[in-house]
Design a protein around this ligand. Sequence first.
Ligand SMILES: Nc1ncnc2c1ncn2[C@@H]1O[C@H](COP(=O)(O)OP(=O)(O)OP(=O)(O)O)[C@@H](O)[C@H]1O
Ligand SMILES: [Mg+2]
Length: 208
Amino acid sequence: MTDALTCDIVRNWICKTAEVMAENRAYLTELDSAIGDADHGNNMDRGYKAVIEKLPDGDDVGALLKAVSMALISKVGGAAGPLYGTMFLQASKPLMGKSEIGFDELAQFFDDAVAGVKMRGKADVGMKTMLDALVPAAEAFRAAGSVSDGLEAAVVAAEKGMKDTIPMIATKGRASYLGERSRDHQDPGATSSYLIIKALRDAASEAA
Ligand SMILES: Nc1ncnc2c1ncn2[C@@H]1O[C@H](COP(=O)(O)OP(=O)(O)OP(=O)(O)O)[C@@H](O)[C@H]1O
Ligand SMILES: [Mg+2]
């Protein structure tokens, strides 16, 4: 696997994510029907279809990720649009004008992504949200010390974090209205976050 993410890899990541959201639309919606309002798969699929239409040409990683943010904010309703939109907006800022990003920049990207979601959602780990996948992934990436090892570790951590939401009781978002009844269901947002991180690993490993 590569040790720097070029603009082509980032573009491929975004395209792969759009494919994965289309493939998992019914699955994410089914998860959201158990503890939410059965729209998460539709939201993410609609959002990423809009992302693909709005992707700019050129060789600027930050501009690509900012375009993801703008499309998600404008096309995805509900909680996930503003949350993922803020996540990509925050994380894109230090990457504006860069045609390639290495380990330090990607570690910062993960940290900024987490900070963006925390800021927008006023949530933290253990509340049965996307942060339960994103926070362990960001920590695992930084601890690994290289892009290739970091992305493998981030996927493993995100998958574990996603599964760890199953026994949790939701204390943020729509699922929190269910209280105890939110237990024993996997959080849809943690699942889409895992899919986004896995798509990044897959795009990077294809470029090896
Ligand atoms: N405050 C929050 N912080 C972080 N993540 C959150 C928060 N609230 C909800 N989420 C995440 O959003 C996911 C739900 O996204 P979805 O697209 O279904 O929006 P929604 O909850 O239906 O929004 P709305 O209730 O406004 O329609 C949850 O599974 C959870 O992971
Ligand atoms: Mg929903």
